[in-house]
Design a protein around this ligand. Structure first.
Ligand code: URA
Length: 446
């Protein structure tokens, strides 16, 4: 009797595992017709897409319906959970320090993660920073760090824990096991014009950050021409959506909406940005990079409840630099090695004298990308030395003929298209006034 009933049970289990509870087409139609998706529909469609049961063309249609018709906060939260549940969740409970992380939505010259992670470590925190590579005009943290000879982006979970324990900060590539649903969905969104939907961006970013296991998270949501969300109101909406997702998941989350109308600092490009980050860690560097690094460090420390050194002190007394050197060495990098320099340089000079009133971040980013600093499809190699060095920024007075920027590349054939991208990027007006976004546009607490 016992044996028989077990056999029947097995049969039911086999049957139910081969019959899917929903049809993708019904879920697509529901969103097309502006209906809310149920929790079980969302769980199933994300899981079934990850398993390959829902086809790319069906998920593309659903993503477009979501982009056009939106999702409410319950749907976004469930979609995020389904993506988290598609993979592993990291756990840092073995650490003797509190964890805090930062995520930036990306911008031109945004190298803040590089000085920030060792800085927060020097202040007593642990920073488990899983980063990505650049795509399009914005750079990627891993591409930047890979310009340091020997530095390795891929670490096992045990290696990550060891680097974090020994140095207080680790910056590495997210493993294949972290939110695999997002990896598949992001690649599909990239080729179906469905990246720019707040529910999809928020769930994509937050699924990875929640799965990463940090206890506190500060979001740097960029706005202005060089950002994903050029409209400050949209950027603030994205920030609020992500703060709610993090808070609801038990991560102490807050956000700063910050300026990306003008490139951050004086460099855009991999090795160039590492050099500038080291200048900041040495107590120098451009004022905007220093100010944003300190601001974000204070937010991370506060959100995590870390009691330690003030970030401004840690930059001045060399302790942030010590943590940087240890973090780079622990991942095989040589912090003393010379950074790669591009084979060719071309200086762009000012056509007239006056005050620089605008410098379009997007145009500078596209130009750096065309010089070889970024990639146009996944897997492409980037040039470590390529990019743009700025000699003046909005607010500075410049004389006609003085150097405005230097373009760097290994392939001189790239100069022409890079210079084309800069058309209209800079405005110089005698007696002109600068009209730009403040560094911090809005602060959103969870
Ligand atoms: N970064 C992500 O990780 N996901 C998005 O959707 C956009 C930016």
């Amino acid at each position: 009797m016992g044996l028989r009933s077990r056999r029947n049970h097995n049969k039911v289990a086999i049957l139910s595992s081969s019959v899917e509870p929903f049809a993708a087409v019904e879920i697509i139609a529901a969103k097309r017709d502006r209906n809310e998706l149920t929790d079980t529909q969302i769980d199933w469609v994300v899981d079934a897409y990850t398993r390959g049961v829902v086809a790319d063309e069906q998920m593309s249609a659903l993503l477009m319906a979501i982009l056009l018709n939106g999702m409410n906060s319950r749907e976004i939260s469930r979609w995020t959970s389904a993506m988290i549940n598609s993979g592993e969740r990291m756990n840092w409970s073995k650490l003797d320090r509190k964890t805090a992380d930062k995520h930036s939505t990306g911008g031109v010259g945004d190298k803040i993660t590089l000085p920030l992670a060792p800085l927060v470590a020097a202040c007593g925190g642990a920073v488990p920073q899983l980063s990505g590579r650049g795509l399009g005009h914005t750079g990627g943290t891993l591409d930047k760090l890979e310009s340091i000879p020997g530095w390795r982006a891929s670490l096992s979970n045990d290696e990550m824990l060891k680097v974090l324990q020994d140095t207080g900060a680790v910056i590495c590539a997210a493993g294949a096991g972290l939110a695999p649903a997002d990896k598949k969905l992001y690649a599909l969104r990239d080729v179906t014009a469905t990246v720019e939907a707040i529910p999809l961006i928020a769930s994509s970013i937050m699924s990875k950050k929640i799965a990463e296991g940090t206890s506190a998270l500060v979001l740097d949501v960029k706005t202005g021409s060089g950002a994903f969300m050029s409209d400050p109101a949209k950027a603030a909406e994205l920030a609020r959506t992500m703060v709610k997702l993090g808070t609801d998941a038990g991560v102490n989350t807050r956000a700063l909406v910050t300026a990306m109308d003008v490139p951050l600092g004086l460099t855009a490009g991999n090795a160039l940005e590492v050099r500038e980050s080291v200048e900041v860690l040495a107590g120098g560097g451009p004022a905007d990079v220093v100010a944003l690094t300190i601001l974000l460090a204070r937010e991370m420390i506060d959100a995590a409840g870390i009691v330690g050194k003030d970030p401004e002190v840690a930059l001045k007394d060399g302790s942030a630099m010590d943590h940087w050197r240890r973090m780079i060495s622990a991942q095989g990098g040589d912090p003393d090695a010379a950074l790669p320099v591009a084979r060719e340089q071309q200086v762009i000079t000012a056509h007239e004298s006056g005050t620089i009133t605008t410098m379009d971040a997007m145009k500078v980013g596209v130009s750096a990308w065309r010089l070889g600093a970024g990639r146009s499809k996944q897997g492409e190699k980037v040039q470590a030395g390529a990019g743009i060095e700025l000699h003046a920024k909005p607010g500075d007075y410049i004389k006609a003929g003085a150097p405005l920027m230097t373009l760097h590349t290994d392939e001189p054939a790239r100069f022409e298209r890079a210079i084309e991208a800069l058309a209209g990027a800079v405005t110089i007006i005698e007696g002109g006034t600068v009209n730009r976004l403040p560094l911090v546009v809005e602060r959103i607490l969870g």
